[in-house]
Design a protein around this ligand. Structure first.
Ligand code: NAD
Length: 313
């Protein structure tokens, strides 16, 4: 089937496209920056056209050219900060709406979009319990507010036009080439793999880690499904404090220099206890253990640097 991936050349997009192509789907990507170099120089494997998701004409023209049966939007102001509200609002809110509207006008059968765990806000709002997709959202950053509005707008399109639109709320996606969004967990693995010291503020800060290949698989399954049962799915992941992650890394790299400014941080953590049973049950999703993924990240980085691989503990 034909699939249009908008935001195709970032961190997640190329991995999603490679999986779709491997399953025999006819994929076209659209991105403001179509020629971005993929990590490890692995080709994306599908044509990527230049288009700006904030320009309705670009999205509509691409939908009419590609005539996709499925459309996914990954283009977003991730890590764009809170300092540029107008530009980021155009990308996050207008861009997402352009995708929904062009899909509606172009008769695209199914749309998938990336929301985020950020919608939930701090874990402290929920105490020590797991948070599910029906819980109230407490996010207050501009990024979180935009994701909350995207979810609202998706519900509108579903209700008013009977469209099939599904959101996935990824947790803290991790991988060797992540440069936007939460990157403290990436620094711990990547800088240590390169033999560089890492210093971070809070040892106890919690993250809910999901490897980029795992979230790419989640998006692939949700996108290719004919009729997902729910409008929203938490990706879930593996909860870990930065201190615990540092210990895992030291298990592979005993000389790693990872230090923290203070012991605490757990109380200030974003949502990290997440119920993702909806996704697991319906799509048969399981994640490899954190040690496995950490070792992979370390060795991918070391290979890029021309350093010898490290072996299991
Ligand atoms: N990476 C994470 O940890 C994480 C966590 C939760 C949610 N998400 C969500 O998943 C999605 C994808 O994340 P990612 O990490 O791949 O992001 P990314 O920033 O690496 O990729 C986004 C892509 O969108 C493109 N883009 C930016 N502005 C554009 C425009 N105006 N028109 C067309 N393309 C444009 C960029 O060139 C880039 O290739 C985003 O919606 C993000 O909010 C990511």
């Amino acid at each position: 089937m034909s699939v249009l991936v908008i935001g195709a050349t970032g961190f997640i997009g190329p991995r999603l496209i490679r999986r779709l192509v491997a399953r025999g789907e006819a994929v076209v990507g659209m991105d403001l920056n179509p020629g971005a170099a993929p990590f490890g120089d692995v080709p994306i494997g599908a044509p990527v056209v230049r288009g700006d998701v904030t320009q309705f004409e670009d999205v509509m023209r691409t939908v009419l050219d590609v005539k996709p049966e499925r459309l996914i939007n990954l283009a977003y102001g991730l890590g764009a900060g809170e300092g540029n509200p107008h530009q980021v609002m155009r990308l996050d809110i207008l861009g997402m709406d352009n995708c929904f509207e062009a899909a509606r006008l172009g008769g695209v059968k199914r749309v998938v979009y990336a929301s985020s765990i950020a919608v939930s806000g701090q874990q402290s709002h929920f105490g020590d319990r797991l948070v599910n997709e029906d819980d109230p959202t407490h996010g207050t950053s501009q990024y979180a507010m935009h994701k909350i509005f995207n979810e609202f707008q998706a519900r509108k399109y579903i209700k008013n036009y009977g469209m099939s639109i599904t959101g996935v709320r990824p947790a803290n996606v991790t991988g060797p080439d992540k440069v936007r969004g939460s990157v403290d967990h990436v620094q711990i693995m990547v800088d240590a793999a390169r033999g560089r010291p890492v210093h971070l503020p809070s040892k106890g800060l919690m993250r809910l880690m999901i490897h980029v290949e795992d979230i790419a698989e989640v998006f692939t399954r949700v996108l290719l499904a004919d009729a997902p049962r729910h409008p929203l799915y938490n990706s879930g992941g593996i909860p870990v404090s930065l201190g615990e992650l540092a210990d895992i890394v030291r298990g592979f790299l005993p000389d790693a220099q990872i230090t923290f400014g203070q012991e605490g941080g757990r109380e200030e953590s974003g949502n990290y206890l997440v119920d993702w049973s909806r996704l697991a049950k319906e799509f048969g999703i399981e994640y490899p253990g954190l040690h496995t993924r950490v070792l992979e990240v370390i060795n991918e980085v070391r290979q890029q640097e021309g350093l010898p691989p490290v072996t299991g503990r």
